[in-house]
Write a protein that binds this ligand. Structure first.
Ligand SMILES: Nc1ncnc2c1ncn2[C@@H]1O[C@H](COP(=O)(O)OP(=O)(O)OP(=O)(O)O)[C@@H](O)[C@H]1O
Ligand code: SF4
Length: 798
């Protein structure tokens, strides 16, 4: 269908549009026109992806600036899904316009997923694939080959040099599968084809890390222009991605390997001194000029990039004491030895980077400045030495990255040294966490550089939290409700078992046999009444394991077995995907199944349970984070002090966004239906923190239920849903034809006109609403937290 938003012609690849899709597109356009950032929460399964793509492609093609779209998603399957939607959209545009637009769109994922080299692609670890690929493609390897030395190159990479650099791939939309197929046919590397073609693409779809992780972004996304439109889809976890990208863990084992790496480097330097001392001398001369000179090309085969993007740093001369290769390695060895001695502690230490640096200087005379250069200096050395088996130097790279980060940031980071793995462990296994506490640091370069950043997901409530945590202002924040012709999902809160005893996963009562039995009975009842698939989420693996074994003892699993197959998600992804496959088969062949999984796990984030694959989802307990974690405590303290977000508010927000994510798994479209059960008494007080589209659909009479009441309500709902439902019933209500859309616009215009007339009559004395920045976020329901988990918090103690 074709319609206009203001003067923008939009081609939408479906004959009907959902009202929320239209509203979403209007707000997207407003944001792009205003040139700012926005936060948009769109209900699950309402076609967010196709709305985003239709509007932005229309905008691109209409606007003479042809702003590039950078679409970031979380998983490879989401990237592939978005590319498939884009392909269908462009096909539709071609049909409607009558000509093929000059348009190119590509997806990028890791080498591991795209490699075609027969032996490299067999490697299981992504890091090994990267390292092996670099050793087959690095510039110096090529030079060696040209000098006639017997080294292996990757033919798929070599073939790219025979093509026109701006036309490695013809125009069009390539899915990842399509890209691999094209690579196979033309014997060219899909990974490098995509990377090199990025400047010539209208749309790039890749994972968050290519933009948010400075170690990768510097290499891959450096050349993207300022006016790009950036979309973070499924962004409910974006703060955690930011934090992870700047956090590093060092263990005794990794330090041992780093020492070995440094010793190897020393040997290589000695060898080179004997064979080709000039190369080292050249490197030295360039480092005097600054890193930028030493690293002119900053090639695509770079060993690693500086994680902090300090442009000024690159222009400065490298400090004298690490300029010579052998001095630098000695410097690294000294630093590693220092870290090893720090590991020998028996109690937990947490300190700021400044205090760490002061202690380091006292003991080893290592200054801050050379530490800042470590990451780049190591990259330069690895290249000068023409090292091939780079994977051996990975731990050394981690130490160098750690050095650079610790010496660069004073605020927003903490070093936490934990001598034992757990509270009860007696054998030390120390870990040094260099942990980023401030999500705003990693995303700041993106928000500063690009004029429009769109943060969107099905579960972002409360919307104010994201601008606050990530330190930005928005031109628009919106949460859309879901228009439905029939009530197709039933959110319920179950607070009691059939015996009226309260149920909760809070620490005090979670292992109480009465609570466990009540949870078991709830599951048993739902396995009886629900057709096909039921998905159950637990707050953690630990709790899931303990409750399953108790259910086994109580004979509950045996009873459930009569109605459904039981499958379990485990931390092992291969095991889990087998379980998922079996689950789907059981749902398809009518046997029906229950999948037991954890909130925050792989299933809760990326797997859709549409139609019969998920007719009910049950959240057993509120998925709070483990609040005894020191890293979490440190982050909470940081949020309170710097962003005035209270600990309880954040924990509650975090638990509810994950709960909402789990609930959304079963509703994947307008013709889908499902029951959403929140089984914990604490959900009752937290309902206001659910996304608007879920909380609006929840009736008062469906909260604070006991198991038997919930089962009766669900039974009724499922019976109603089983009645025939024709697409026609939705027309004009939850799906609009062009005529419906025109009617809506007409009505809106009339309403606006009426409002204008009314307000003209009134005196203009109203103040504009402030956008609320600088106000402590206090959300409904946060005050009444009574969780035992939260009581365990003592964030001021360290
Ligand atoms: N107007 C429409 N008419 C018919 N089908 C549609 C329409 N819009 C989207 N769809 C289809 O509905 C399905 C769900 O859409 P999609 O997966 O994009 O939802 P979503 O909002 O991105 O969900 P989530 O972000 O939670 O994964 C897709 O297969 C999409 O092609
Ligand atoms: S260049 Fe491409 S095909 Fe060759 S090893 Fe690297 S990723 Fe694999």
């Amino acid at each position: 269908m074709k319609f206009y938003i203001d003067d923008l012609p939009v081609l939408f690849p479906y004959p009907r549009i959902y009202p929320e899709q239209y509203a979403y597109m209007c707000d997207l356009k407003k944001t792009l026109d205003a040139g700012g950032h926005c936060v948009l929460e769109m209900p699950s399964g309402t076609g967010k992806t196709v709305s985003l793509l239709s509007l932005i492609v229309a905008y691109q093609q209409f606007d003479p600036a042809h702003r590039k779209l950078i679409y970031c998603s979380r998983t490879m399957s989401e990237i592939e899904k978005a590319l498939t939607e884009l392909k269908a959209l462009m096909k539709f545009r071609t049909q409607q316009l009558g000509y093929v637009e000059d348009f190119r769109a590509l997806g990028l994922t890791s080498r591991k997923n795209l490699c075609l080299h027969p032996s490299v692609k067999k490697e299981k670890s992504g890091a090994v694939v990267d390292a092996r690929c670099r050793s087959l493609t690095a510039g110096f390897v090529k030079e060696k080959k040209e000098r006639g030395e017997n080294v292996e190159l990757c033919v798929y990479h070599e073939n790219l040099d025979l093509l026109e650099p701006h036309n490695l791939i013809p125009p069009g939309v390539f899915t990842l599968d399509g890209l691999i197929r094209y690579g196979e046919q033309h014997k060219q590397c899909p990974y490098f084809s995509a990377r090199r073609m990025m400047p010539f693409c209208n749309v790039i779809i890749y994972s968050y890390h290519y933009l948010l992780d400075p170690k990768i972004a510097e290499r891959v996304s450096r050349e993207l222009s300022k006016d790009c439109i950036v979309v973070f889809d499924e962004a409910h976890n974006i703060d955690n991605v930011c934090i992870e990208s700047l956090s590093i863990d060092l263990t005794e084992d990794s330090l041992r390997k780093a020492s070995r790496g440094a010793a190897n480097l020393e040997r290589k330097i000695d060898e080179m001194k004997n064979t080709d001392a000039e190369k080292l001398q050249n490197e030295y001369a360039k480092l005097v000029e600054g890193l930028r000179e030493a690293d002119e090309a900053r090639e695509e085969d770079q060993f690693m990039a500086n994680p902090t993007l300090p442009d000024d740093l690159l222009k400065e001369a490298v400090p004298g004491n690490i300029r010579r290769a052998e001095h630098f390695v000695t410097f690294l060895k000294r630093f590693i030895e220092y870290l090893k001695t720090r590991m020998k502690v028996t109690h937990t230490i947490s300190e700021t980077p400044l205090s760490f640096l002061a202690h380091l200087k006292d003991l080893t005379f290592i200054e801050r400045k050379p530490l800042r250069f470590c990451a780049e200096r190591l990259t330069s050395l690895v290249r000068t030495l023409e090292l091939i088996n780079i994977e051996d130097y990975q731990p050394l790279q981690e130490v160098a990255t750690f050095a650079t980060l610790a010496a660069t940031y004073d605020k927003g980071f903490l070093l936490i040294l934990e001598p034992f793995e757990s509270e009860t462990a007696t054998v030390p296994n120390p870990i040094l966490h260099f942990t980023c506490l401030d999500a705003a640091i990693a995303i700041k370069p993106v928000l500063d550089r690009f004029s429009s950043v769109i943060i969107t997901s099905g579960t972002l409530s409360p919307l104010e939290m994201y601008p606050k945590m990530l330190g930005f202002t928005t031109v628009l924040q919106e949460s859309y409700s879901m228009t439905l012709a029939r009530r197709s999902f039933l959110p319920m809160i179950v607070t009691r078992g059939s015996d009226q005893a309260q149920i909760s996963s809070s620490f005090q009562i979670r292992n109480d046999p009465g609570v466990v039995r009540n949870y078991g009975n709830l599951l048993l009842e739902f396995s009886r009444i629900t057709p096909d698939g039921v998905v159950v989420f637990f707050p953690s693996y630990l709790y899931m394991e303990s409750i399953i074994s108790m259910w086994q003892g109580m004979g509950i699993l045996d009873s459930i077995w009569n109605y459904k197959l039981i499958l379990v998600e485990t931390p092992d992804s291969q095991e889990s995907s087998l379980a998922l496959e079996t689950y789907r088969t059981a749902c398809c062949n009518g046997r029906g199944a229950i999948l037991l999984c954890v909130a925050r796990g792989k299933v809760s984030e990326g797997i859709d349970f549409d139609h019969h694959y998920g007719r009910a989802v049950i959240c057993i307990g509120v998925p709070f984070q483990y609040t005894e974690s020191r890293i979490l405590k440190a982050r909470l303290e940081f949020l309170r002090e710097n962003y005035r977000i209270r600990e309880n508010d954040f924990l509650s927000f975090d638990a509810m966004r994950h709960a909402a994510q789990c609930l959304g798994r079963v509703l994947r479209g307008k013709d889908d239906y499902g029951v959403m059960v929140m089984a914990d008494r604490r959900f009752q007080k937290k309902r206001s923190q659910l996304p608007r589209w879920i909380s609006q659909a929840m009736r008062e009479s469906e909260t604070s239920l006991s198991t038997d009441m919930a089962v009766a309500t669900a039974k009724n709902f499922l019976r109603t849903m089983a009645q025939p439902f024709k697409p026609k019933d939705q027309e004009g209500i939850s799906t609009w034809s062009l005529k419906d859309l025109e009617r809506h616009l007409q009505k809106r215009m009339e309403e606006e006109e009426k409002l204008r007339q009314e307000s003209a009559q009134e005196s203009a004395g109203y103040n504009q609403m402030s956008n609320g920045t600088g106000v402590v976020i206090e959300m409904d329901g946060f005050d009444d937290i009574d969780d035992e988990e939260l009581m365990a918090l003592d964030v001021t103690s360290n």
